[in-house]
Write a protein that binds this ligand. Structure first.
Ligand code: HEC
Ligand code: HEC
Length: 880
């Protein structure tokens, strides 16, 4: 939050508090002010001006999806380097795009339909590029790009960071994040009485340098609410408030922290943080948006792992290579393969007419792996050496070799309806039943397992027969057509030709053979459906998305400009070298190398991983990372504000056996975490962004917490997790015909992490409150403040329903006195008592909106509006 927004916020906050003190003028005023208690600032507006700092997600989107197309498809006729510029239009800078050519501006920012460039791509009037229409998906990318503000770093960052022609290795090795992690000694501070821990010493030393004083300690009630939200995503209940406030022992806070860390709600809250990084979702998104009926198992794996405080190095290893780890029993095996869902949950591009399909999947796996664990944008080196970080293209393809030697098991999207026959069938992991061996149930399981084995046999037989049939036809065909053709078809680069030939060969079959061929094909589809169809497969233990090794590992191979059809040198499978200070691991010749990759990522010699993970934790407790670009520790990222503190935390994390809970515990018990968020004009002047942590930052709750809090306060929240996901009931169908609306408005009373998370149909409330893009790994959610958020809270029937439930709760309170009810409503919703003026005002509002004091239904109506206003208030949505 910048300085002005900050002041504005405190003014609004005061207004809000006043709102509950000045006489209530009824609903109109209430709603108007609630709508107004908004922070101005980050509202995206369709202007041509670029935001001062470019959104990382958007820049990456441009670099990966837009720039390469412009360069390869348009620059030859529309750039300063073109022999002759066509249509007087340049497409090599944003300014030029906005200026446009003969007809006018090429894009209207925020409005793809009105953008000439989009019309040209869609062949509406103009036809660009002139030779051939681009794939539907590419056009969709351009539309998305324009509607999201046409972010284009070709001016902004080129000036700021020089693009290097060649990698300067010695400079690269000197870059801060590639240095080995040090074990810094805590600095000496002047005010020795203040620090409670080393964390405090590192922070205080910097404050003293700037002659700043830390704010006072937060009030206990504030601290309780903060801890409760930060560790579980839920507010404290009145009983919890009472228990904490009456505990006068010296270690009351430590006990509270331990209780919160041990509650199952901890894993649900911190699991959601990880799901952002894992770009978790339950459908493919993109053009073919079919459901992933088994994705929820990965979600549940994450929650359970975090609740069990699984060491983070193990947690990471399992997600990259769980299928390659030994398992003690069937249950562990289930968990391990489910963990690899991390790599399979990606949104896949359309496979048809996409020769790069396999490489696109690999690119996404490289991106999520290196970003999530190491804060490195290795995926930028797919088409050219990384332009900013020391990652040559050949190292990208060393890493790619590891993923090319693996298989992604993402299910048979859409096959059930047969409307997606182009989506490759990939299978799934079959899980073993972990149900206790009940006699009858056990028999049933056994029967099912036997049935699956039988189906598999049948499948193999059908496949073999089919192959033999085609092989026979091939031989005949080539005997007639000659050897030259045979060579042609064998050349892996002639994909299309091969397909055509295959069709011709199949046409050569006689009637009987053709019949058999069709029979077999049909049989195979049916079998696969039965084997890993849409059902939950409850009895067998179900299915999970994930990874497996390919039959044989392949050698890595450079692809020029990232294109499959332009193979370059071969490269041995391996890792990026700049991040590994120790000896690089040798990749196994019999396996994909994912296990070695995981070991390399989590090795204590890897300077990035522990830093990145410690920083991710800090980010969620302070609202801002020590490295503010939590997903980018490279040249384009920010430098750490407290490098020594970061190394201290990273060292501690490793020393504490990568325990997430101990790391959180030591941070929240520091004095720095427990500061008040009070405003200070002097400190504000010197450090408006609070990078030095002179106080605690005010933070808006995440959408999940807002929804969960409303449910909890209304008395409606079910704390028991649901089994599976609403998505699994539908099988692997494609999301269309109103299904998207159904999912985005789906409601139940479980916590938000369990809502169906379908790409392009994400829950409305979460989207309104900044759910990140489910196609990208995001560790740093942005916080926008737009009128749509207040409007949502004021108009949503779901919010009104919960305001009614809260009213019912208030009316059921044993003390029916109005003041007592008001007090109870405040306790429930805001974890505090109302101030006397607040009580007086709400009382007068309630009596003024009822004609006769006894009219119970009118009373209730007035109460519902008051409860809704509380849900819509800033105080409800913020944690101090
Ligand atoms: C082979 C040359 C060539 C390539 C490649 C090409 N264009 Fe064009 N473009 C033209 C010509 C020629 C015109 C002038 C209009 C016409 O005669 O159709 C034009 C005009 C345009 C215009 C309208 C300009 C105006 O203001 O009238 C747009 C927009 C455009 N191109 C977009 C693109 C995009 C986007 C690409 C790449 C995806 C592309 N073009 C690739 C030749 C090309
Ligand atoms: C799918 C291929 C592809 C990917 C992935 C890709 N680029 Fe590029 N990029 C290109 C092409 C093609 C060019 C133009 C030719 C060149 O400079 O090599 C280019 C050019 C650039 C340039 C301009 C270089 C100059 O000399 O002015 C920058 C900067 C850049 N890319 C950054 C990135 C970043 C950062 C990423 C990752 C977020 C990325 N690229 C990912 C294909 C890609």
């Amino acid at each position: 939050m910048d300085h002005r927004a900050e002041i504005e916020w405190s003014v609004r906050m005061r207004q809000l508090k006043n709102l509950l003190t000045i006489p209530f003028l009824g609903l109109i005023l209430l709603l108007a002010v609630a709508a107004q208690t908004e922070l101005k600032g980050a509202e995206p507006s369709p202007t041509n001006a670029l935001p001062a700092t470019l959104d990382r997600q958007e820049v990456e989107f441009f670099e990966k999806k837009i720039r390469p197309v412009l360069v390869s498809q348009c620059y030859s006729c529309h750039s300063t380097g073109a022999k002759e510029v066509q249509g007087k239009l340049l497409l090599d800078s944003r300014v030029a795009l906005l200026a446009g050519g003969e007809t006018g501006p090429a894009i209207v920012v925020g409005d793809p339909k009105k953008s000439l460039l989009i019309q040209a791509l869609r062949h509406e009037g103009l036809e660009m590029p002139p030779k051939k229409k681009l794939p539907a998906e590419t056009i969709a990318d351009f539309e998305r790009w324009v509607s999201r503000g046409a972010i284009d770093p070709r001016v902004a960052s080129a000036a700021a960071v020089p693009v290097k022609k060649e990698i300067d290795w010695s400079a690269a090795r000197a870059f801060w994040s590639f240095q080995p992690i040090t074990k810094p000694t805590p600095p000496t501070v002047k005010d020795t009485a203040w620090p409670r821990s080393d964390i405090d010493r590192f922070l205080l030393a910097k404050l003293e340098e700037q002659k700043l004083e830390p704010a006072a300690d937060a009030e206990r009630l504030t601290l309780l609410r903060r801890l409760s939200f930060d560790l579980t995503g839920l507010p404290p209940t009145p009983a919890e408030v009472a228990a904490f406030m009456s505990d006068t022992s010296g270690d009351a806070t430590a006990k509270l922290v331990d209780r919160l860390l041990a509650s199952p709600q901890f894993g649900e809250h911190w699991g959601r943080h990880w799901l952002d990084v894992a770009r978790y979702a339950e459908s493919n998104g993109n053009v073919d948006n079919f459901l992933f009926p088994h994705a929820w198992r990965y979600r549940d794996y994450v929650i359970a792992a975090i609740n069990a405080d699984k060491p983070l190095d193990r947690f990471m290893t399992e997600q990259v290579a769980g299928d390659l780890l030994p398992a003690a029993d069937a249950q562990e095996r289930n968990n391990l393969v489910t963990a690899t869902g991390f790599l399979a949950l990606t949104s896949k591009p359309r496979p048809q007419n996409n020769p790069d399909y396999a490489l696109d999947l690999v690119a996404e796996q490289i991106e999520v792996t290196t970003t999530a664990f190491m804060g490195l944008t290795v995926a930028c080196a797919r088409c050219h050496d990384h332009k900013f970080d020391p990652i040559p293209q050949r190292e990208y393809y060393s890493l790619a070799g590891i993923f090319e030697s693996s298989r992604m098991l993402h299910g048979d999207g859409g096959n059930k309806n047969n409307n997606n026959k182009n989506v490759p069938k990939s299978g799934l992991h079959t899980l073993t039943s972990d149900k206790p061996a009940q006699a009858s149930k056990d028999d049933k399981d056994k029967q099912l397992v036997a049935k699956v084995a039988e189906l598999r046999k049948e499948e193999t037989a059908a496949r073999t027969e089919l192959e033999q049939l085609i092989d026979g036809a091939k031989k005949e065909f080539f005997a007639a057509e000659g050897k030259a053709l045979n060579n042609k078809i064998k050349n892996p680069q002639n994909v299309k030709q091969r397909e055509k030939l295959l069709q011709r060969i199949e046409q050569n079959l006689n009637v009987e053979q053709k019949q058999r061929l069709n029979q077999l094909k049909g049989r195979l589809v049916k079998l696969e459906e039965q084997l890993h169809g849409g059902g939950n497969g409850e009895a067998t233990g179900g299915f999970a998305m994930g990874m497996a090794d390919a039959d044989k590992p392949v050698t890595g191979r450079i692809r020029i400009r990232g294109e499959t059809q332009k193979p370059g040198d071969t490269v041995p499978r391996g890792f990026v070298t700049v991040g590994s200070i120790g000896k690089p691991l040798e990749v196994s010749s019999t396996h994909s190398g994912r296990l070695e990759l995981a070991q390399w990522i989590t090795s204590p010699e890897n300077p990035l991983t522990a830093r990145v993970m410690a920083n991710r934790i800090w980010r969620h407790l302070f609202g801002r990372g020590i490295v503010s670009t939590v997903d980018n520790f490279g040249t384009l990222g920010e430098k750490p504000t407290h490098p020594e503190l970061l190394d201290h935390l990273a060292t501690q994390l490793v020393a504490n056996k990568w325990s997430l809970k101990s790391t959180i515990r030591s941070i929240v018990l520091s004095r720095a975490y427990q500061l008040s968020s009070a405003h200070d004009a002097h400190a504000m002047e010197i450090d408006p962004d609070n990078t030095l942590v002179w106080r605690h930052s005010l933070r808006r709750l995440e959408g999940e917490s807002i929804r969960d809090s409303i449910l909890l306060v209304a008395g409606e929240l079910k704390l028991t997790p649901p089994t599976g996901s609403p998505v699994s009931k539908d099988g692997n169908i494609e999301v269309r015909n109103g299904k998207d609306r159904e999912f985005s408005r789906f409601e139940f009373d479980h916590r938000s992490i369990y809502l169906p998370l379908v790409r392009n149909a994400e829950p409305e409330l979460l989207v309104t409150f900044d759910l990140p893009d489910t196609e990208l790994s995001v560790g740093d959610r942005s916080v926008t403040t737009v009128p749509a958020q207040s409007l949502f809270l004021l108009n949503s029937p779901w919010v009104i329903k919960n305001a009614q439930a809260l009213t019912a709760r208030v009316f059921a309170h044993k003390n029916t006195d109005v003041d007592a009810r008001i007090d109870y409503a405040y306790q429930l919703a805001l974890a505090r008592s109302p101030r006397p003026e607040e009580t007086a005002n709400l009382r007068s509002y309630l009596s003024s909106s009822t004609s006769t004091a006894s009219a119970d239904s009118e009373q209730r109506q007035a109460w519902v509006r008051a409860c809704q206003a509380i849900f819509a208030s800033t105080e409800f949505r913020y944690v101090e």
